[in-house]
Design a protein around this ligand. Structure first.
Ligand code: NDP
Length: 292
């Protein structure tokens, strides 16, 4: 079977084109959506992610603030900054780049973000809204991007069996919630490190979402003929043939699996490009909601 390659870059670009129109409308009403990105410490990967988020804001004409705090910033200082941003009318979305240094209690920090500005969708109020299917809430960006990809390619989810591998609050659990919601109607199984007979379980899936963090774990043995495979994984593996000494692979063994799929996301270029576009979408939504 020749699979359709799901082109995340193309879908992400069309999402941004759609947002541009909305942003123009908001600007006509005197409002520019604003995002504050807070980074504590100097983790190189986090610095890259933060820079891409700020760049995406600039490209779309959004207002942004970047707060790069030293690694020894205290919990108290970080929380004080969050409170300041909660009160800042120019800021509609607040994001604290994960992971913070070990002395910071990330969950306690998130509790201090005004849920109306929680564009990562991590605050318990937004987790509850996702479960309640209350669309005024914010959904974490990566699973939201996966749903957008399914929609863009007209992939039916109703009545299908979806296996989500991974139960994190960032990807696995919200992904499962989105798939089982009444506007998607999938039958969902969530798998994790204690799941037994995972390959067999996955072979019963029409849709597999891999969010494990284990390079190329999902092999052809996990996939039934004609399944849809979304690969969320971003893993670095050593590769001496590359100038930088590594390459990025997903949680799915793409070469082995692609022969069996109807649709598959490549890594890179599949799910990855959607995440920042969804962050922009959440920031625009936050702005719209804070207008009223
Ligand atoms: P976490 O480490 O938080 O969660 C991984 C999940 O996989 C856990 O639930 C874990 O189970 C499960 N797991 C681990 N090993 C196995 C196994 N052998 N069999 C079955 N399940 C297993 O990771 P994240 O959810 O944050 O991220 C997952 C992947 O997605 C990573 O590669 C990450 O880099 C990538 N990612 C990509 C994003 C993007 O923008 N495209 C954004 C966010 C993440 P248990 O709960 O039992 O430990």
């Amino acid at each position: 079977m020749t699979p359709v390659l799901i082109d995340g870059k193309e879908v992400a670009a069309s999402v941004r084109a759609r947002l541009s129109g909305e942003i123009e409308e908001l600007k006509k009403q005197g409002k520019t959506p604003g995002l504050a990105v807070v980074l504590v410490g100097e983790d190189p990967a986090s610095q890259v992610y933060v820079a891409s988020k700020v760049k995406a804001c600039a490209e779309l004409g959004l207002y942004s603030q970047k707060w790069a705090l030293p690694a020894d910033t205290t919990q108290q200082e970080l929380v004080e900054l969050i409170h300041k941003l909660n009160a800042d009318d120019r800021i509609h979305g607040i994001l604290v780049q994960s992971p913070p240094p070990p002395h910071i209690d990330e969950e306690a920090v998130i509790l201090n973000i005004d849920p109306r500005k929680d564009v990562d969708g991590f605050h318990p109020a937004n987790v509850a809204k996702l479960v309640l299917e209350d669309e005024s809430g914010f959904v974490p960006c990566t699973p939201m991007g996966c749903m957008e990809l399914l929609k863009a390619y007209g992939i039916e989810t109703a009545g299908k069996h979806a296996v989500v591998i991974g139960r994190s609050m960032i990807v696995g659990k919200p992904m499962a919630n989105l798939l089982v919601a009444k506007n998607a109607n999938a039958t969902v199984t969530i798998a994790h490190s204690r799941t037994q007979n995972l390959p067999e379980l996955c072979r019963s899936a029409d849709i597999i979402v891999a969010a494990v963090g284990r390079p190329e774990m999902v092999t052809a043995d996990y996939v039934k003929e004609g399944a849809v495979v979304l690969d969320v994984g971003i893993n670095r593996i050593a590769d001496a043939s590359r100038p930088r000494g590594y390459r990025i692979v997903g949680d799915v063994n793409f070469e082995a699996v692609k022969e069996k799929c109807s649709y598959i996301t490549p890594v890179p270029g599949g799910v990855g490009p959607m995440t920042i576009s969804m962050l922009m979408a959440n920031t625009v939504k936050a702005c719209r909601q804070q207008l009223v």
